[in-house]
Design a protein around this ligand. Structure first.
Ligand SMILES: [Zn+2]
Length: 177
């Protein structure tokens, strides 16, 4: 008996290794009776049904901080799972996305985080006292979204330790640092 706690799905820019179509990334937490809680990550191709699974244990996770340096266009496609307790930061842009009221996390990509942040600052509007900073940050984000990437870091601070950044470049450390 398997209980699925969460189910999220996102269309990625990553091509299917078999047919080249866009892969879908699916993430969920599952509770297997008498077993521990696990997370299941799946890359799935809706075209040829190619599937790749990764299981990992969710038990005994320590508070952690995950950092990844975004250096090029490819890195914009890195998939991020921010748990319900994870705070996402991009210090270079003064961006901070705090855990919301939702009891679930979100799956996103670096690119989507930038788009979301851009929407947010456009909504808030420019700070009358520091209009240059507003335009400067806006400009930087737009350049990155166009693929002219100037290195910046994406950080997740997560007391529950459940968040993850799907990249071999991601570095994990304890939250206290
Ligand atoms: Zn395929």
């Amino acid at each position: 008996m398997i209980h699925l706690n969460e189910l999220m799905e996102v269309k990625t820019q990553n091509p299917c290794p078999v047919c080249g179509e866009h892969l879908y990334y699916i993430f969920y937490e599952a509770k297997i009776a008498y077993e521990e809680e696990i997370s299941i990550e799946t890359y799935f191709c809706k075209n040829c049904l190619y599937k790749s699974n990764k299981l990992s244990s969710q038990v005994g996770k320590e508070p952690k901080k995950i950092t990844v340096l975004i250096e090029n266009r490819e890195d914009l496609r890195i998939i991020i799972y921010r748990s319900a307790n994870g705070k996402l930061l991009i210090p270079e842009f003064g961006a901070e996305i705090s855990p919301g009221l939702e009891s679930y996390g979100e799956i996103t990509t670096v690119e989507a985080v930038l788009e979301k942040f851009l929407e947010k600052i456009d909504f808030i509007g420019k700070d009358e006292e520091n209009p240059e900073i507003f335009f400067e940050v806006r400009e930087k984000i737009l350049k990155n979204l166009k693929g002219e990437v100037s290195p910046f870091s994406v950080i997740i601070e997560d007391p529950s330790g459940k968040s993850r950044i799907n990249s071999s470049k991601a570095v994990e450390s304890s939250l206290e640092n």
